[in-house]
Design a protein. Structure first.
Length: 252
């Protein structure tokens, strides 16, 4: 009976230590990369300012001039996607992994902490990108309300919430993909050039059509189905990156 109790106690201690290691590494990554949040905000503000000069279309019919001004958060979200790609790559570099030497850690805890950290990044950046886009639209609508002939097409709360969830899900999908690529290129630095070249070659030389792949995730009628598709794919990509990273570090 005592032997069974000792085994249970040992397993419990290991389990607590594992979670504690993940928690400490996650908090460390938040603190170590806090300056990148400032970079994200600056990029989003610049994109927000550029958004004020978005597409303007004018139509003349029967001596009536109609001007359509399109204000969207596409540029803000686009630069935020670029930022999350850089962050995903940065977490796979040797410098980032060497910082974990100060912790009582393992490859599994480091990968799990990275995944939790990227989920946090996607949530914060996706939320701020949509909020800034809504703020820009609000400013433009207030500025144009002086004209009685202005019609402003607003966005409902449900549409706004859907946009936030979709942005976060797509950012997580992109982050997981480039996190996997980042782990692969750690084999040799030359792969940073080879892998993009292979992808471009597959698209142009072999004529592979990516529209069905993109449409599989984007052109979905149901938000819940889209979330399932993106989150399951992101999980599989993260899982593949973890397996690949573990084998790579064993070889080293």
């Amino acid at each position: 009976m005592s032997l069974i109790q000792n085994k249970v106690q040992k397993n419990t201690v290991i389990h607590v230590n594992f979670l504690e290691a993940v928690k400490k590494q996650y908090h460390y990554k938040l603190h170590a990369h806090h300056s990148m949040f400032g970079t994200m905000i600056i990029m989003q503000i610049i994109a927000g300012l550029l958004t004020f000069s978005n597409q303007i279309y004018s139509v003349n019919s029967n001596n009536i001039d109609i001007t359509v001004r399109i204000i969207s958060a596409d540029l803000i979200i686009g630069l935020t996607f670029l930022w999350i790609i850089i962050m995903a790559f940065q977490l796979t570099t040797k410098a980032s992994k060497n910082k974990m030497v100060t912790f009582v850690t393992s490859k599994q805890t480091n990968h799990l902490a990275n995944i939790l950290f990227m989920i946090t990044l996607c949530f914060i950046s996706g939320l701020t990108a949509n909020l800034l886009g809504a703020f820009v639209k609000m400013v433009v609508s207030v500025m144009d309300q002086t004209d009685p002939f202005i019609y402003f097409a607003g966005t409902s709360v449900s549409e706004f919430a859907t946009g936030i969830l979709a942005t976060i899900a797509y950012m997580l999908l992109i982050a997981s993909f480039f996190y996997l690529i980042g782990e692969i290129v750690q084999i040799h630095s030359i792969l940073i050039i080879i892998i993009p070249s292979i992808l471009v070659g597959l698209l142009f030389i072999l004529g592979i059509n990516v529209e069905p792949i993109i449409g599989f995730y984007i052109f979905t009628k149901s938000l819940s189905i889209m979330l399932v598709k993106t989150l399951v794919t992101a999980f599989l990509l993260f899982f593949a990156a973890t397996l690949f990273g573990n084998r790579l570090e064993v070889r080293r």
